[in-house]
Design a protein around this ligand. Structure first.
Ligand code: NI
Length: 390
């Protein structure tokens, strides 16, 4: 595959950067070391560095020529709070912290593109290299947008990538429209009346009511949502009680809701409250429902997805760029950037013959370093295509 030659030349160095990040994973908004390393490299290559966005986020600015055109390229930097079991030589040195989603690889990929573009400057306009903290639940992308990312660093369009262990190395997915789900939280407090477990008739048992709510909620997706419009409701926690012979006062249920379309998201929020409150009422208990909107769906813009697919096709060959793969129900806070600027988020395959196939968020996961020069070549090609000279 035609990885850019100059990028192939320093691919081994990119792997060293990536493995260094992997050894030193940092949680969201704590990526101080990572941010320092990124800032030092960008500065070394003559790229203007702006730090302190969303605490540990930073933006590199590279200008060339006189055109007013601009593009944003984004990578995420944070790790997950989990124990690595991969056994690789560059495994995490920090207990309970692991780059299990490949953000170490995304950061090294964008650094590789930055280095190449700073050396070659075969474009006319401004490139903004956006390194964001806290993708894994902290909403670092949202915080950067709220802190004025696109006002301070105007971008005509913005692009990001995620590695995909289920796609072969050398293939990618560039699909317009909703590609990842809205990721929301629900918390339900069931208030009953506690008492002696042998006298349930003078208590109102929140454990039994919570169980009814849990089962009733399963009917929301199954019976009320259009089967061609995706939704997931998973109740993942159910806490109540402290003794075998005491009916508690309250029970707590928590879970997650995933949807691809705004109208389905609205419908889920309304129906979950309705079912929980009325099921509780049927038993003379009260359910207090909190629905927390976390990440919106990630929706790729059609024209920019075509542009991204064209650039990816130049690197991988057009036949390796899939345009019709189904969306996934995971969440992604690049969604907040796509609400403000047109752009596209691509999945880049990393499954090789002997590595790269372990799913993300798994204790044996590792980013495949063979993807680094491919991803960097894609970003660089996209810049040279969108900010074409002359
Ligand atoms: Ni991720």
């Amino acid at each position: 595959m035609p990885v850019i030659n100059r990028i192939a030349d320093f691919a081994a160095e990119m792997a060293e950067w990536r493995q260094d990040f992997h050894r030193h994973p940092e949680l969201g908004f704590e990526e101080r070391r990572t941010s320092d390393v990124v800032a030092a490299k960008l500065a070394e290559w003559g790229i203007e560095v702006h730090r302190g966005l969303a605490t540990t986020g930073l933006v590199g600015v590279l200008r060339n020529g006189g055109s007013g055109r601009s593009i944003g390229l984004r990578a995420d930097m944070d790790c997950l709070a989990m124990q690595e079991q991969s056994g690789v030589p560059h495994a995490s040195t920090i207990p309970g912290r692991m780059h299990a989603c490949g953000h170490d690889g995304h950061t090294a990929t964008l650094l590789g593109a930055a280095r190449y573009l700073a050396e070659t400057r075969n474009f006319d306009g401004t490139v903004h290299f956006i390194f964001q903290p806290a993708e894994e639940g902290g909403g670092g992308g949202r915080v950067m947008v709220e802190e004025g990312l696109f006002e301070r660093f105007p971008c005509d369009s913005v692009y990001g990538i995620h590695n995909a262990p289920d796609l072969p190395l050398g293939e990618c997915s560039a699909v317009a429209g909703p590609i990842m789900a809205a990721s929301d939280g629900i918390a339900i407090t069931v208030r009953g009346v506690g008492g002696h477990a042998a006298k349930p008739h003078i208590a109102i048992d929140p454990v039994m009511v919570g169980a009814h709510i849990l089962v009733a909620l399963q009917a929301v997706v199954a019976r009320r949502i259009d089967p061609l419009k995706s939704a997931v409701l998973s109740v993942t926690q159910f806490h109540a009680g402290s003794a075998g012979n005491v009916i508690p006062d309250t029970a707590e249920l928590r879970g997650t809701v995933r949807t691809l379309l705004p109208e389905v998201r609205d419908q889920m929020e309304r129906l979950i409250a309705q079912v929980a409150e009325n099921t509780a009422a049927a038993h003379e208990a009260v359910a207090e429902v909190t629905y927390t909107r976390r990440y919106p769906p990630t929706v790729n813009h059609a024209a920019e997805t075509d542009r991204a697919a064209e650039a990816a096709g130049r690197v991988l060959g057009g036949a390796k760029v899939h345009r019709d793969l189904p969306p996934v129900m995971g969440g992604e806070d690049f969604s907040f950037m796509l609400l403000k600027r047109p752009g596209a988020f691509l999945f880049m395959g990393q499954k090789g013959t002997d590595r790269g196939g372990v799913p993300v968020h798994h204790p044996h996961y590792d980013f495949n370093d063979d993807l680094l020069p491919i991803g960097a070549s894609y970003f660089a090609t996209l810049v040279e295509q969108e900010l074409r000279r002359g």
